[in-house]
Design a protein around this ligand. Sequence first.
Ligand code: GLU
Length: 497
Amino acid sequence: MKNMKEVRLRLAPSPTGFLHIGNLRTALFGYLLAKSMRGQFILRIEDTDQKREVVGAVDSLIEIMNWIGLKFDEGPHIGGSYSPYIQSKRLDIYKKYTNELLNKDGAYPCFCSADDLTKMRKEQTDRHEAPRYNRKCRHLSQAEVEEKKANGLPFVIRQKLPLDGEIVVHDELRGDIKFKLTDLEDHVLIKSDGVPTYHFANIVDDHLMKISHVTRGDEWLPSFPKNILLYQSFGWEVPKFIHLPLILNKTGGKLSKRQGDVFVEQYKDKGYLPEALINFCVLLGWHPKHDKEILSLTEMEQEFALDGMGVSSAVFDIDKLDYYNGVYIRAKSDEELLALLKPLWNTCAEKSLTEQQNDEYLLKIIPTIKERLKTLNDINSLTGFYFGEKIEFDNELILWKALTAEQTKNNLEEISIELEKISEKDWHKEYLEKTMVGWLKTSEKKVGDYLWPLRVALTGLKASPGPFEVAGVLGRELTLKRLNQAVLKIKTLKSNL
Ligand code: GLU
């Protein structure tokens, strides 16, 4: 269709640090809306508040978005037809549009000093009025303005809002929202150093970059009517607005740094997979049609739609994130997991092993702990016992139920004798299990009395993969060695333990 409007959405972060989970959700929803309508997704850096800027934040943002897998079609790192994509490099553009707005009577210069404003606010509060700019400079004549400028008085530019009546603005999720104009303040669009505020630069750029849909957090709802009035003053078409509901913690409060991790980088460092994070985030405010919980990015791109989105706040539930992470970890092949885990594995096998032997060994371990990995970083605590000669265990731990130390030692010795009968060639989990369980059954022994001490002798842990899985990975020699060590240790224990 010829005149169909292009779909263009943008992520417009301020480079103030790491990527907040809330911003990831905003980014994801913007990306998915764009892709579900075959549109473009743009990165624009909103750095007009230089005081809040953190050095390196833009690079780290691009890096983490790459890791997450959301690709931009335009942005400061890849260019595009609407460059530059960093607001601090667009100051001339803003100057031009400031003059245009002044000429259209949509704004006015204000010469009130910081002291004037403080005094004004105090008087208003004393009178129990809401503190806001009293519009003093709105009434200056052209001659007065020129004179003040000629005298070198610093000034800001304020938006000239209608004085009374109502404005109805439209949000795609909430429908029409009514605001009383008497509640709005002529806020600052251009600061005294000539740099625009968010409210000006954001609207000018969305217009110039042909943004068709704006997704942003609902903390921007109070400024929404002012944004729309600015579009009207310029005579520009208004994009569709989608204000995303807040993400709350489990107790109903705001997601805050004090209660836990709130940045995507922290979750990456903790061993969460990007697939799990976006799957988790997409369900914070969107319900897929088929109630399907596990969705790949491609499925999301195909299924995402406005009508599945709601306005009630979403709850950040870390248990769910852990669940998704587990699902995606288990969906990986052992080789894929090896590549992800190797850099995190402290004990990357023994020095005598070649790289290839090392990988072979690690690949044997992975299937035994895959089910237990909640995050990639669990790898060290889950696999320490696979490395080194000796295993430390608590003396009490190795004793199963009412078994004495003496009985435990005897049982381990019996197991040793049986295991020694198994050759190197047959030494793998399935054969070990079949043979040893068969032996326990035919000799009418209680499974727990033998397999518990065997597992503790091999791992030193209360919970671990089963004894035959572990023995299969450790190999014949090391398994027998650990059993022998355990027997020797128990011999030194008092029999009344
Ligand atoms: N720079 C704003 C922020 O970081 C962008 C909000 C918007 O998307 O309009 O919150």
